[in-house]
Every structure is written in C-alpha cells, then in structure tokens.
Design a protein around this ligand. Structure first.
Ligand SMILES: C[S@@+](CC[C@H](N)C(=O)[O-])C[C@H]1O[C@@H](n2cnc3c(N)ncnc32)[C@H](O)[C@@H]1O
Length: 262
C-alpha cells in the first residue's frame, strides 16, 4: 500500500508552520533570515551543482547494497544499477543541498558526521561550506563508498569515509572523535535506529552542536522518532522544516519548538 503518511504530515505542517514574523527568538529569526532564506548565489554553488548534475547523468554500472528502508525487512539487498540512477534517487535537490552548504558555512563545525554518503554529493556541499572542518561520512554500500572516495580524492578533499553498517561502525567512529559539532542523519530512516543514533551521537555533542535529521515525516515511525528527539531534555531548541529537522543544545535558550515556513 502507498505510504500516505507524508501527505498527512505535509498538511499538518502547512497548518502549523509560521513565518519569521511570528518568531520571537533572536537566534532563530537570524537563522531564518541569514541561512534558511539566504538567496546569495555563493560562488561554490556553481561547481557543486555542476558535479551533482554530472553524477546524475553517469551511466557506469555498480553493484549496490541497499540498507535501511530501501531493503525493507531485510538487513540489505544487492542489485546492479547505474551511478546516475542512485544519485537521482538518493541525493537531495539543489535547493536542499545548498541549504546544507549554508548550514555548514554558518556554523563552521569543528567536526561534521554524516550518516549516509551514497555517491558523496551532500558530503561535498557540507565539506565545501566549511573547508576547515573535519568531515566524516559513513556508508554501508562498498560500491557507493568507492565512487565517493574517488570523487573526494579527485577534488583533493580530505573527507573521511567509514564503510560498514552504521550499527557496526558507529561506536568505533565515535571513539575516534572528540566531539561532534554537526551531525547530518541521512540514512536508515526508521524510528528505533534514528533514536539510537541520536542517543549515541549525543555523547559527543556540545552546547553549540547542531544535529540535522533528514526526512522527519517520511513515515509515521520517523515522525515518532522526531517527536522523541525533540522531547529529550538535552534539546533546548528544535526546528521542523518538514523535509528536515534541526536540534540545538544551547543553554541560553529556554526549551522551544518551532515549525517554520521559509
Ligand atoms: C539517502 S542516501 C544518502 C544521500 C546522500 N547523503 C546525499 O544526499 O548525497 C542514504 C544512504 O545511506 C546508506 N545507508 C542506509 N542505511 C544504512 C545503514 N544501516 N548502514 C550503512 N549505510 C546505510 C544507504 O546505502 C544510502 O546510500
């Protein structure tokens, strides 16, 4: 049966979402104005968007292992497809990728951790947004990780790729990381794993960290995960943009939850 949850969640979002004029938090107002709504054509966009388009047209074939929701009830399934098809199916739109670039540029995180590299496109935007950050990205599919690794090497980017199931490699990645200033969770969009990854990453969060959860209304389970994450007492600020949810841990804010249209 077709998943109608995103439609219901979209209507709910439309009903609740407010514009910046209804936002009284100076921090959030500035974020909307200077990051979410920033229309500057940043110089890096052009080359990044060109790479995304070029990868979306690639016809070379790879064997992929599908994890997470793509594998249904199984741990993973394998199939042969083209790099272009994977990029078209799994990578975000230009608008969303440019948003990630601006988030990274704005917060200049010391360390960024991404769950779900695929062909490495979003990692490029995050990495280019803040070139001095340590960028780590995790991917379970070896074929895709190889495509991403080649891309980073070609562009002389020092982006670290950890290959394996998140469940198997996350603990090791966390022991090699002093702190996580930005986390982008873009893989295995299921309720329990999402909450578990959040909990684990929290051990490395600091008061200036920002965690970003993709597809928070993709399914009923993901909406429930988002609700649980927002409720966590360590989260002081949550922002729902429908396609992505952001949480902050800043101590100078009394707990607030926003649904924003921008
Ligand atoms: C939506 S795609 C990531 C897209 C990428 N962030 C981008 O925008 O270019 C999600 C990726 O997460 C990987 N993934 C999902 N569940 C996983 C798991 N449990 N362990 C490792 N990788 C996983 C999939 O193989 C897939 O490539």
């Amino acid at each position: 049966m077709k998943n109608l949850w995103p439609v219901a969640a979209w209507l709910n979002y439309q009903r609740k979402a407010v514009t910046r004029y209804k936002v009284h938090s100076p921090f959030v107002y500035k974020l909307i104005d200077e990051v979410f709504r920033d229309k500057t054509q940043h110089i890096e966009y052009r080359s990044l968007n060109r790479i995304r388009e070029r990868y979306a047209r690639r016809t070379d074939r790879i064997e992929t292992m599908d994890f997470g929701t793509a594998a249904g009830d199984k741990n993973y399934i394998t199939r042969v497809t083209t790099v272009g098809k994977i990029v078209r199916q799994r990578t975000h739109s230009r608008k969303k990728l440019e948003f990630l670039y601006r988030m990274s540029q704005r917060f200049k995180p010391g360390t960024i951790l991404e769950f779900g590299t695929a062909a490495g496109i979003s990692a490029l935007y995050l990495g280019k947004g803040s070139p001095d950050s340590r960028m780590i990205t995790m991917e379970g599919c070896m074929g895709l990780a190889a495509v991403a690794r080649k891309s980073f090497k070609k562009r002389k980017l020092n982006i670290e790729i950890e290959v394996g199931d998140f469940d198997a490699i996350l603990d090791k990645v966390l022991t090699q990381t002093d702190q996580l200033d930005m986390v982008f969770l873009d893989g295995n969009h299921r309720m329990n794993p999402t909450i578990e990854y959040f909990e684990k990453c929290l051990s490395k969060a600091n008061e200036n960290s920002v965690f970003m959860f993709d597809d928070i209304h993709w399914s009923r389970g993901m909406s429930k995960a988002w609700k649980a994450i927002k409720k966590d007492k360590r989260v002081t600020l949550s922002i729902d943009l429908y396609w992505i949810g952001l949480v902050f841990f800043r101590p100078d804010i009394t707990k607030q939850d926003f649904v924003i249209r921008y």
